[in-house]
Design a protein around this ligand. Sequence first.
Ligand code: GAP
Length: 505
Amino acid sequence: MSNNFSMEDLVSLCKRRGFIFPASEIYGGINGFWDYGPLGTELKNNLRDAWWHDTVHCPPIGLDGEPLSIVGIDSSIIQNPKVWEASGHVGGFNDPMVDCRETKSRYRADHLQVIANANGEGRMYAFIEGDEESEDRARKLLAKYEKVDALDDAYTTSLLTELPTDVFERVVGPDTKEVGTLTEPRQFSLMFDTTVGATGGDENKAYLRPETAQGIFLNFMNVVDTMRVKVPFGIAQIGKAFRNEVTPRNFIFRSREFEQMEIEWFCHEDEAQQWYEFWCEYRKNWWQKMGLSTENLQMRQHDSDELAHYAKEGYGTFDIEYKFPFTAPGFGELEGVTHRGNYDLSRHAEFSGKKINYFDQQKNERYTPHVIEPSAGLSRGTLALLCEAYTPDDRPSKVFMKFNPHVAPIKAAIFPLVNKNGMPEIATKLHEDMRKKHVVQYDAKQSIGKRYARMDEAGTPYCFVIDGETLEDNTITVRDRDTTTQERINVDQAVAYLDDKLNPV
Ligand code: GAP
């Protein structure tokens, strides 16, 4: 990823080229929801399929040198509401929120910073962390009304949650000029609820799942009883999750409907630490394999006050983080690898009254397995791929998308140089041969330069051009997206050429 572009540039390309659109756009959109267009859907599906392949069909080699045993499931989005009581989401899955009484805006309390005169006197100005415009506004107000120049020693910043509540009346909210309009932080549930069946009422209330993980825990015994699996083994799932995020933002980074790719790795408690380290290492390398560069990825251990309610004390969570343009030079979460202990299986056993455990015949031991959970965002991963690929350049399109060919939405384009002289016939035949194996596009419209530009913005790694020479010697040109260099190959070798370039890594 080059750093010389803004999110506006990327969002605009995504809309212009059919990667991602705001949901319900013709009605003014709906905050926190997005639609994937034709190219975005291909990109996301490629990432999804690579994960499924590398997790379920061809899982990694484990600690004993043997391939891991992982099976896939696809569970329901809506489950019995007791599931979410047992999991701790009802009652526990909250964010601390602050409301502005004047503007009716609502903010995550732990995302609000306050800027003030260094001596702590006078008005204080709140802004949204990571939001340049909001911070700029607060600084300007401080300079104007408190006469504090933005010199390092003249002001202080702190988190709103760290302020004593009696100074709240001196705080100016991020969207107002008045003091004292912000409420104290209050808990706000992130669970989306719905009603099952025709009759309303609380007894028919159900929830859209906030994580795919619980569907896996619910099916642990079903899998043990039907699949002849032995601990350690994993269950994987990809699917939608829903969270009524208070401040959805940064494009698809934090949305209210998104997709997760989760593995629950069941193991004996004594081996959990080794597996935890294994998964942290493996998952970071996997993102690199998808094309994210080393310098844009980092591992970060959660501080103890950030841990989710299910994370095992003393082990906790490692986040795999990516340097998104809106977090740079900092990093934002892409995937969490958590040691969940046996929290979930034990809670479901307790709440359902059913036996949920595992009998190891060799050791003659019955126990509740511990769980290591690599939980990745498919939507957030797609955003990371888009950010990594966006490459400003001085070519006519001014930008090209440098996707790893394995995830690129279109693998190759086939162009007849002109739409006559036998060229379209050869191009059509090549297109027919290639499309049986790969996602390729035929394009005969407009100048060759415009066609290259379209493919550069779509991130298509190879363009095959049938020209005058093809008619004489059966050769065609292949243009490389990244270097724009061209080479000539025999048209009969073109399919093998593309196969070779797209060989699995
Ligand atoms: N089962 C564990 C779990 O759900 P999480 O850290 O809350 O853990 C896992 O979520 C991943 O799901 C995150 O690393 C992120 O990639 C993705 N994710 C979570 N909330 C999201 C949101 N509102 N929008 C997009 N992706 C989200």
